[in-house]
Design a protein around this ligand. Structure first.
Ligand SMILES: NC(=O)c1ccc[n+]([C@@H]2O[C@H](COP(=O)([O-])OP(=O)(O)OC[C@H]3O[C@@H](n4cnc5c(N)ncnc54)[C@H](O)[C@@H]3O)[C@@H](O)[C@H]2O)c1
Length: 359
């Protein structure tokens, strides 16, 4: 078992990584003041694990309520949040009760947002089930929903009471979703840890086969990196921006693909663009540039995208809510494990770089 403490004063919590689900469930039960809980999940996770989870709670005499949303990004919206509020009101949940967000990042973000706003905030626990959510989205307290096709347009910062991670959930995740989560792991390694990068290079096959020991190491290392970034800048006012490595172009590519590309796939293309720029600006060596590209390819992530134009990507980048004035904010590596945030606006150079990302 590994426990990582996230020390944020009265908003502190533990990230518990454990291969014994019963142990994790008992940690959850310890936090319940009244023996009842609302599990928010999606229909795929519910089919796979819903009965198993509920039966454990029932055995411990915990009353279980469930809200099951359709799986997928389209459920991450205010209608779903309204449905969760309605259930909470109907069952008279109050500030002493808890919500358990049981699923990937979509469930975590949506249930977390409902928790942050119901009665001005009730507690929630993250029980993430995808690689992306186990290494990234469940930690750090960003919760929210999409609105009018704008990703994460509505949201808040709201830390969970605990994050429980059971790596064996990943055994049922399909390979594309696993690769999707790997993109954020590559991001974390490039912004903060060459050791992690080397580990991923060495154990790529074992990771893609979901070897339990390897996954436990990987989850712990990534949660520590995310935790450290969040501790320095909980409310995303400065240094937390380094988590956006690969995302300046990545977000635009994701939107241009009409979300047919998964987030991690688009970020992978975004990483390819960011390191092109870092080489152009003589920040990154060609050796490391090649090494990063080779790792993305070895994982099975794309470096290029089909069917969209340079101009479409550029226009989407201009519309990104994180853009400052006429300049773009890029996170660029000096070396693997160390990055800087820069602003850049040379349209001609950016067009050249974007051109190289089109298949
Ligand atoms: N809050 C944050 O800091 C943060 C960070 C990164 C991403 N996000 C958000 O996370 C979301 C993406 O999360 P995601 O990639 O986990 O996607 P997701 O939640 O949509 O899950 C992907 C798919 O995997 C299925 N699934 C989940 N667990 C499974 C399991 N164990 N076995 C089999 N199938 C399983 C789901 O039902 C879904 O169909 C996006 O909305 C993104 O904006 C949030």
């Amino acid at each position: 078992m590994k426990t990582i403490q996230v020390d944020l004063g009265e908003r502190s919590y533990d990230i518990c990584i454990h291969s014994d689900m019963a142990y994790l469930m008992n940690q959850v039960i310890k936090l319940l003041k009244h023996r009842r809980i609302l599990i928010v999940t999606d229909h795929i996770v519910d089919e796979l694990y819903g009965k198993y989870l509920a039966s454990h709670f029932h055995k411990e005499m915990v009353e279980v309520y469930r809200y099951i949303m359709p799986a997928g990004e389209q459920s991450k919206q205010l209608d779903t949040v309204q449905n969760i509020y309605a259930l909470l009101l109907k069952e008279q949940f109050d500030k002493e009760d808890l919500i358990l967000a049981f699923g990937g990042g979509v469930v975590g973000d949506t249930a977390g947002f409902a928790a942050s706003t119901y009665q001005r905030g009730i507690g929630f626990i993250q029980l993430p089930t995808t690689l992306l959510s186990q290494v990234d989205s469940s930690v750090g307290g960003k919760v929210g929903v999409n609105c009018k096709m704008v990703k994460n347009a509505i949201g808040s910062f709201y830390q969970p009471e605990m994050v429980c991670i059971y790596p064996q959930f990943l055994k049922t995740l399909d390979k594309r979703q696993l690769r999707n989560g790997m993109a954020e792991i590559v991001v974390h390694s490039i912004i903060a840890s060459k050791d992690l990068f080397v580990y991923v290079e060495k154990y790529t096959e074992s990771i893609l086969e979901c070897d339990t020991a390897v996954m436990e190491y990987l989850i712990e290392a990534n949660c520590r990196i995310k935790r450290d970034v969040v501790l320095r800048d909980e409310y995303d006012q400065g240094t937390r921006a380094i988590l956006n490595f690969g995302h300046t172009i990545g977000h635009a590519v994701e939107a241009c693909s009409d979300y047919t590309l998964l987030h991690g796939e688009a970020v992978s293309v975004g990483i390819a663009g960011a390191i092109e720029l870092a080489v152009y600006l003589k920040m990154l060596s060609l050796d490391e540039y090649e090494r990063i590209k080779n790792l993305l390819v070895k994982i099975g992530l794309p470096l290029k995208v089909k069917g969209i134009s340079v101009n479409d990507i550029y226009m989407k980048m201009l519309n990104d809510k994180k853009r400052r004035k006429e300049e773009f904010r890029f996170v660029l590596p000096h070396t693997i494990g160390e990055v800087s945030v820069i602003t850049y606006k040379d349209k001609e150079v950016l067009f050249q770089i974007l051109k190289r990302l089109i298949d």
